[in-house]
Design a protein around this ligand. Structure first.
Ligand SMILES: [Zn+2]
Length: 414
């Protein structure tokens, strides 16, 4: 298989894998999680792996949310190119606020599809079904060379839609609760079993950040979660795979001294500034998993009435305590490489420990049992990039991104 030519995908060139490549997206893995777990002796494999491989840091895409970053990792390009700018957006065609889970919103092909079309075997396992259709888009599941399912719905998989009938039976575990560490463990167990049986050329394992939303780096539950991952990574390494780990985004504490979420309610702010309901605030973090974050993150966009001077509004917002920066559509989309037509007239990011909401009555915080930990802003952008083999040929001054992980594992390892 090493005779295969290089492939050019979305303007970047990738070498054919010399051995199976496994890329892991650890959802919400602020670098300190691994640093603390290694320091505490909970990740013996990873510690030794980093002794021989590469222990790098990079920046994720802003908004630092799950869907935009997973899609950047698997396409190798920012949201300006692939089009997925949030978990949720205002569809300009319908005027409706909708989830961005449908492949019809995707504007670029994935690295998986290009390799699959060239004959490679591909396996993708993700936690929540919300990502599955985007990640697996374009694969021919009847080819016998493509598998893509979620641990949430592994018992519902079929050859026609997922490349495998009843993936749960293959893994041999109960379907875990959607709010559990086991939802992620299921993925790694599936990965090890797929490596034994199918031995894919490229595997992608993408977890859920339930644990990171609830537990800070270095705490017992977080360390236990990272120890679990470490044990499966050791097995994948022993199976001869090259491993590349990164995160879709970081994670930070977002609460005040009283332990309450530290929120700027932007709809209320704009109602006071411009009149009730004149502006429309969209929170691209919004998803059905309110237990994680109550739809509170460090990024928002807003649509303003026609004729309004967006620069003037952005300037007033930027003067507020807790607002790190506020941009017009043009400036924000240039700064964060976002698609202009999927963002509002202004873009707001907060400082590290603040979040932005719409108005208090529109956030269900009753399910938030622990002090809020969340993400979304430029402040949550730092992520680990760990490679199991030595990396060479990367310029010292290159700003690494999480969506360089396939470039690093395929093109820069011996
Ligand atoms: Zn995430």
């Amino acid at each position: 298989m090493t005779d295969q030519p290089n492939l050019t995908i979305n303007g970047r060139t990738y070498a054919w894998p010399k051995q199976p490549v496994v890329v892991v997206c650890i959802d919400g893995s602020q670098p300190a999680y691994i640093e603390e777990a290694i320091a505490g002796g909970h990740m013996p494999f990873t510690e030794s792996m980093l002794g021989r491989g590469a222990d790098l840091r990079g920046d994720c895409v802003v908004p630092s949310f799950t869907n935009p970053n997973n899609l950047s990792i698997v396409t190798g390009v920012p949201p300006k190119v692939h089009g997925i700018s949030g978990n949720f957006f205002l569809d300009p065609d319908s005027g409706e606020e909708v989830m961005m889970n449908d492949p019809k919103f995707l504007r670029a092909g994935t690295i998986f599809k290009a390799f699959h079309d060239a004959g490679a075997k591909i396996a993708i396992v993700t936690a929540k079904d919300k990502l599955r259709r985007l990640l697996g888009h374009g694969l021919d599941f009847t080819s016998g060379r493509a598998v893509c399912f979620s641990s949430e719905k592994a018992n519902e998989s079929t050859v026609a839609e997922h490349g495998i009938d009843n993936a749960q039976a293959m893994v041999g575990r109960d379907i875990p609760d959607v709010y559990s560490a086991e939802l992620s463990e299921f993925i790694f167990d599936a990965g090890v079993k797929l490596m034994e049986t199918m031995r894919p050329d490229i595997m992608y394992l993408s977890t859920t950040d339930y644990i990171q939303h609830k537990h800070a780096p270095g705490t017992p539950v977080a360390n236990q979660f990272y120890a679990m991952m470490d044990s499966y990574w050791a097995r994948l390494d022993a199976q001869g795979a090259t491993l590349g780990m990164t995160a879709d985004h970081g994670m930070n504490a977002k609460f005040n001294d009283a332990g309450e979420p530290d929120v700027i309610y932007l709809q209320n702010v704009l109602d006071d500034m411009l009149g009730d309901g004149a502006a429309r605030v969209i929170l691209p973090i919004t998803d059905p998993y309110v237990v994680h974050h109550g739809a509170l993150g460090s990024f928002a966009t807003a649509y303003l009435p026609d004729g309004m001077d967006a620069g003037d509004v952005a300037g007033k917002l930027e003067a507020m305590d807790g607002v790190e920066a506020a941009y017009t559509n043009a400036a924000g989309c240039e700064r964060f490489e976002l698609p202009n037509d999927r963002m509002g007239d202004i873009i707001v990011v907060t400082t590290t420990h603040k979040v932005v909401g719409t108005s208090p009555d529109r956030h269900d915080l009753t399910q938030l049992k622990e002090p809020l930990r969340s993400h979304g802003g430029a402040c949550d952008q730092r992520v680990p990039i760990l490679i199991s083999r030595p990396v060479s040929g990367v310029a010292d001054d290159r700003r690494l991104r999480n969506f360089d992980v396939f470039d690093l594992t395929l093109n820069h390892t011996a």
